[in-house]
Design a protein around this ligand. Sequence first.
Ligand SMILES: [Zn+2]
Ligand SMILES: [Zn+2]
Length: 395
Amino acid sequence: MNEILDLEINEMAQTKFDCSCGRNHFFSIHDIAIGKGQLKALVPMAQPFIDGKVLMVCDNNTYEAAGKESLKLMEAAGFDVKRLVFDKGEDILIPDECVVGRVLEELDLDITLMVAVGSGTINDLVKFVSSRTKIPYIIVCTAPSMDGYVADGAPLICDGKKISYPACLAYGVVGDTDIMKQAPMRMIHAGFGDVVGKLTALADWDLAVQVVNEYRCDTCVTLVNRALEKCFSKTDALAKRDEEAVLYLIEALTLTGVAMGLVGVSRPASGSEHMLSHYWEMDFIAKGRYPELHGIKVGIATPIIAEVFEELSDCLPEETAKLSPSRLEVEDLLRRAGCPVSPKDIGIDRDLFYRSLMEGYDVRPRYSVLRYAKEKGRLKAIAEKITERIYGGQA
Ligand SMILES: [Zn+2]
Ligand SMILES: [Zn+2]
């Protein structure tokens, strides 16, 4: 019945099944090719679009990492490919109005497929344009840095603020571990941080099931849990860019995306740890500071949320208490992978940290352990305690 659990990741495209949760699930991505040497899968994946023109979008770094080779493969197979390479030199590409506009300007009338070569920014950008123009896109992933390759939101910057626009899933996903294991280590750490965040996301989801009777699909939870187990079994090898460690990391990131796609909500992927991360990011953007990679922030936020669960252990529903990870366990995972652990490591000051714990529950209208703490009248005391532990001294 829940046969998706028996499928390999590359077989999950277009799966449709009646689930034990009472719903009929459908995963709409047409094609997934993840693994060693999978870049060559781009050509057969794009084959249905060979009669039209292709727009390939990348930046100067991702062009070198995989764009050049993708272009070579497609042209050799007879595709007519137009290139758009954003060159920001040493600066990072910010997905704002201007950059979205550039993609639209390059979108000739006879283009029938877009190929995005990159990670977070390039993917979000092309995903947004794809969903507004209905021109499908294939993402060639260059770094295992976040779980947005298989997600239907496209966070962009508008008027200096980050807005998560609803968007459509990619037509296809290509993830070649030979390419992704060469990604900057900071991006690999970010991907790992985003995966670690699923530990508290799942605990938050359980809390919402127990306290406010929210819907949950156990098949999806199992899917994510299995992927986490595999990924964490290779934690120590990640720093060495071990092939299997990188594969399990990108699998975990993709499978949480699949789980989100199946249930149609981001519960399997994001909870309070993402709320803290978002709160910090808004503050960084407002102050014109580099907002740091998504998964780096999520990773740092996860042991803090684990601590919130621990502080509430005397009044949590039994199931949730069993599920929530311990702070030390989460910190240990991050440390072994080489990820930053403390909010101080990325320049979050005491005031911002304290405010994020006090106000973070309000980032999204969704039930979370932060809201639970607030309802129990415990939030302030917990926020003060954790702030003191990390920053020391008086408030
Ligand atoms: Zn995330
Ligand atoms: Zn289900």
